[in-house]
Design a protein around this ligand. Structure first.
Ligand SMILES: Nc1nc2c(ncn2[C@@H]2O[C@H](COP(=O)(O)OP(=O)(O)O)[C@@H](O)[C@H]2O)c(=O)[nH]1
Ligand SMILES: [Mg+2]
Length: 337
C-alpha cells in the first residue's frame, strides 16, 4: 500500500511533469522555435522593455507650466500656492458641487441669492459642459457630441457647507451657433445684462478652430454692453498634437511654441485697441485647457488655471482671510486738545 506522503510526492511530480510537458508543447508551437521560446521565457523574468521609449523631445503633460499653457498680460499668473488653493476649494464633498437651479427664462432665475456667479458661454459643442465637469470634479453636467442639447441655464453651487451658502455659483449656458435658438440668445442677453450676482462671463473658444464669425459677433456684443468677460481656449489637446494617443505621450517644444504664438495673435482680437473698439475688451489673460486629457490625480490639463480664474472673478483670493473681505483698520480719530 502506498503511504500517504509517498502518494502526495507522486502527485506533485505528476502535476509538475504535466506542467513541463505543456510548456514544452507550447515551445514547439512557438513561431520562434524551442530556442526562441526559451529566450522569451527568460525575458519574461526581465523587466519589460517599454514599447514607446520616452521621447526626449517631449515633456510630460503634468510638467507643462502655467506659462506654457496660458498668456497673462494684464494680470499676474497664479502662484503654485494659489493654484493649490483653487484645486482644494473645488474638491467634491457632500454639499459641493450641488445643482441649484435651472431656468429657461431670465425672469425665472432666483433673485434672492447673494452668491457670486460666473457663466460659461460659447458655441454649441465647444466643450462647456465637459469643462464644467472637469472643474467640478464630477460628471454633473450633461455632455453630448450633438449640438444644442443644453437648453436651459443650469446653476451649480461650489464650496457649500451644510445649511450654508455656496462660495461661488457656476452656470452652464445653452450654446450659440449650430442647433441654437434665437430665444435662448435673448434670455442669455437679459441674464448677462441684468443679473446683479454675475461677476464674469467665460467665453469658450475652440482652440482647434479659433475665433469664428459668430464668436467675434458675441465678443462685440460683450464690449458694446460692457459685460466683464474672459476667454478660455478649450480642447487644447488638439493644438498640442494630432491624435489623443500622441498628446498622451507628452507635448513637444514646437507644439507649445505654436500654442503661445496662437495666444499672442488672439490678443488684439479679444482686446482690441480702446481707441477703435466699441467698449471694454476681455480681461487680459488667456487660459487654455482640455477636459479630455487627464494628467493624473483626478486633474485635467489646464483646469487648475481655470479654477483660479473663477475664484479671482468671485473675489475669493486665497489670502489669509480665506477669501473673506479684509477687515478695514480702525479709523484713527483725531485727539481733542
Ligand atoms: N478632444 C477634446 N474633445 C472634447 C473636449 N471637451 C469636450 N470635448 C468633446 O466635445 C463634444 C461636446 O462637448 P460638450 O461639453 O457637450 O460641449 P457643449 O455643447 O459646449 O456643452 C463632446 O463630444 C466632448 O466629448 C476636449 O477638451 N478635448
Ligand atoms: Mg452643454
Amino acid at each position: 500500500m502506498v503511504r500517504a506522503p509517498d502518494f502526495l510526492e507522486n502527485l506533485t511530480r505528476i502535476f509538475s511533469w504535466a506542467q513541463v510537458a505543456a510548456k514544452y508543447l507550447n515551445m514547439k508551437r512557438s513561431p520562434l522555435g524551442l530556442q526562441g521560446a526559451y529566450t522569451r521565457h527568460l525575458n519574461l523574468r526581465q523587466p519589460p522593455t517599454p514599447i514607446h521609449p520616452p521621447n526626449p523631445n517631449k515633456r510630460g503633460l503634468q510638467d507643462l507650466t502655467i506659462s506654457d499653457l496660458c498668456y497673462y498680460w494684464d494680470t499676474k499668473p497664479p502662484t503654485s500656492e494659489q493654484l493649490a488653493f483653487a484645486d482644494k476649494l473645488f474638491v467634491p464633498s457632500r454639499h459641493s458641487p450641488l445643482k441649484l437651479w435651472s431656468a429657461a427664462k431670465f425672469r425665472t432665475t432666483p433673485i434672492t441669492s447673494i452668491e457670486p456667479e460666473v457663466a460659461f458661454l460659447g458655441r454649441s459643442n465647444v466643450g462647456k459642459s465637459s469643462l464644467l465637469n472637469a472643474i467640478m470634479g464630477q460628471e454633473i453636467c450633461w455632455t453630448s457630441s450633438k449640438p444644442g442639447r443644453t437648453r436651459e441655464m443650469n446653476a451649480f453651487g461650489i464650496g457649500g457647507t451644510k445649511g450654508g451658502e455656496h462660495k461661488v455659483v457656476l452656470l452652464d449656458m445653452p450654446g450659440y451657433g449650430k442647433a441654437s435658438r434665437a430665444e435662448w440668445g435673448m434670455e442669455i442677453m437679459k441674464y448677462l445684462q441684468g443679473r446683479k450676482q454675475l461677476r464674469r462671463a467665460f467665453i469658450l473658444i475652440d482652440s482647434e478652430h479659433g475665433i469664428k464669425k459668430n464668436d467675434a459677433e458675441i465678443l462685440q456684443l460683450f464690449r458694446h454692453y460692457a459685460i466683464p468677460h474672459q476667454i478660455i481656449l478649450s480642447k487644447v489637446d488638439k493644438v498640442l498634437a494630432k491624435t489623443k494617443k500622441q498628446v498622451k505621450s507628452g507635448a513637444s517644444a514646437v507644439s507649445v511654441q505654436r500654442l503661445q504664438k496662437m495666444l499672442e495673435e488672439m490678443r488684439p482680437q479679444v482686446q482690441p485697441d480702446v481707441r477703435v473698439s466699441e467698449g471694454p475688451g476681455a480681461l487680459g489673460e488667456l487660459v487654455t485647457c482640455s477636459a479630455d486629457i487627464s494628467i493624473g490625480g483626478g486633474q485635467f490639463l489646464g483646469v487648475n488655471a481655470v479654477r483660479w480664474a473663477i475664484l479671482s472673478a468671485a473675489g475669493i483670493d486665497g489670502s489669509l482671510q480665506g477669501g473673506q473681505p479684509v477687515p478695514k483698520p480702525p479709523v484713527a480719530t483725531p485727539e481733542t486738545p
